[in-house]
Design a protein around this ligand. Structure first.
Ligand code: SAM
Ligand code: DTB
Ligand code: SF4
Length: 374
């Protein structure tokens, strides 16, 4: 047997935010004994976040199916016969009713997804209206509409969109095996438009598409070496869709999935890592391992975009059994709080508990964000 890699076997006191990750370093993390990797990831997680708080978002498909792109995993691509019922752009009032329901059930962010290559100009007024009105309800807003021009990103930002989701999906090397109708560079360009327009970036990928570990390493390297780490990093486990070219791909080892979460947590220590598609196929114990490895965000509600997600009652019970509470960024401070008072209270909490892990940075950031917007 090979000797274990020792370079990263013990958790360092604090992992700084880096944008110069080499593939060999990321590979060494993946190659650690499982317990060492999880210990390191959990330690990093505690330095930056409350380890028992999980952010919850609800998804809604606002335009379904007939997509011109050929993503080989997707139920919504017009290139494959998936027997999905197509739907035109949803009326604004219907979207608002769904957002209200999501809020009542406890979601703090509402994500709206459309099966588009990119939004057409004539769709934009409706989409902007959705952003404004969902935001007025007191929910954070997120959209995923495909590629964006700089102008489209700017107008979404001006309407108040908080997050834009656009995934790199896999490594640059494996990408061509999965999608041919848009390039990796197209995706990077959309991410830079989103960042330049002042919105927060949600970018991640899919595993279990038949890729090798080196592709998971390549994906995480790309994400971690972006000019700024995405605030949110969804790690999707492929949901196999009948009729798509990836319907019969071999299952990924579940421990490899947990390793991917753990390495994402270590290389992007301040990002929310979302345990995204594929939770329906995971048991509670597997999800608990993912939370321990640093996942701190989920999609909540019975549907993702077109596929099933665990039901909300089950998730509530799981949170209760694990002592996890949903994170609401707005509850971290009141509008009147000054940043100074907030930092003081954070420091007081740290002093009060010498043994407590220093997981307050994220709360401070969330609070500062609220203060800046107030
Ligand atoms: N059409 C837009 C786009 O692709 O940018 C937005 C919607 S698309 C469904 C958003 C993301 O969902 C994809 O980039 C992919 O990472 C993920 N996804 C789609 N189908 C999936 C599947 N069957 N299993 C896991 N993840 C999936
Ligand atoms: C992301 O990374 N995962 C979500 C969200 N971004 C839009 C979508 C998952 C889709 C899973 C397949 C479906 O329901 O169609
Ligand atoms: Fe279209 Fe998005 Fe599905 Fe690709 S992932 S086929 S772009 S809906």
């Amino acid at each position: 047997m090979n000797a274990p890699v020792s370079v990263v076997a013990t958790p360092s006191a604090s992992i700084s935010v880096r944008h110069d990750w080499h593939r060999e370093e990321i590979a060494a993390l993946f190659a650690l004994p499982f317990n060492d990797l999880l210990f390191q990831a959990a330690s990093v997680h505690r330095q930056h976040f409350d380890p028992n708080a999980v952010q919850v978002s609800t998804l809604l498909s606002i335009k379904t199916g007939a997509c011109p792109e050929d993503c080989k995993y997707c139920s919504q691509s017009g290139h494959y016969n998936t027997e999905l019922e197509k739907e035109k752009l949803m009326e604004v009032q219907k979207v608002l009713a769904e957002a209200r329901l999501a809020k009542e059930k406890g979601a703090s962010r509402f994500c709206m997804g459309a099966a588009w290559r990119s939004p057409r100009d004539k769709d934009m007024p409706y989409v902007l209206d959705m952003v404004r009105q969902v935001k007025e309800m007191g929910l954070e807003t997120c959209m995923t509409l495909g590629m964006l021009s700089g102008e489209q990103a700017q107008s979404l930002s001006e309407a108040g969109l908080d997050y834009y989701n656009h995934n790199l999906d896999t490594s640059p090397e494996y990408y061509g095996k999965v999608i041919s109708t848009r390039t990796y560079n197209d995706r990077l360009q959309t991410l830079s438009h989103v960042r330049d327009a002042g919105m927060k970036v949600c970018a991640g990928g899919i595993v279990g598409m038949g890729e090798d570990r080196k592709d998971r390493i390549g994906l995480l390297q790309q994400l971690a070496n972006l000019p700024a780490h995405p605030e949110s990093v969804p790690i999707n486990m492929l949901v196999k869709i009948e009729g798509t070219p990836l319907a019969d791909v071999a299952d990924l080892d579940m421990f490899e999935f947990v390793r991917t979460i753990a390495v994402a947590r270590i290389v992007m220590p301040e990002s929310f890592v979302r345990l995204s598609a594929g939770r329906q196929e995971m048991n509670d114990e597997m999800q608990a391992l993912c939370f321990f490895a640093g996942a701190n965000s989920i999609f909540y509600g019975e549907k993702l975009l077109t596929t099933d997600n665990p039901d909300a009652n089950h998730d509530q019970q799981l949170f209760q059994r694990l002592g996890i509470h949903p994170l609401d960024p707005r509850s971290e401070c009141s509008d009147e709080a000054t940043e100074e008072a907030l930092l003081e209270s954070v420091e007081a909490q740290q002093r009060a508990s010498e043994t407590a892990p220093l997981y307050y940075d994220a709360n401070k950031r969330a609070a500062k964000h609220v203060l800046n917007k107030a």
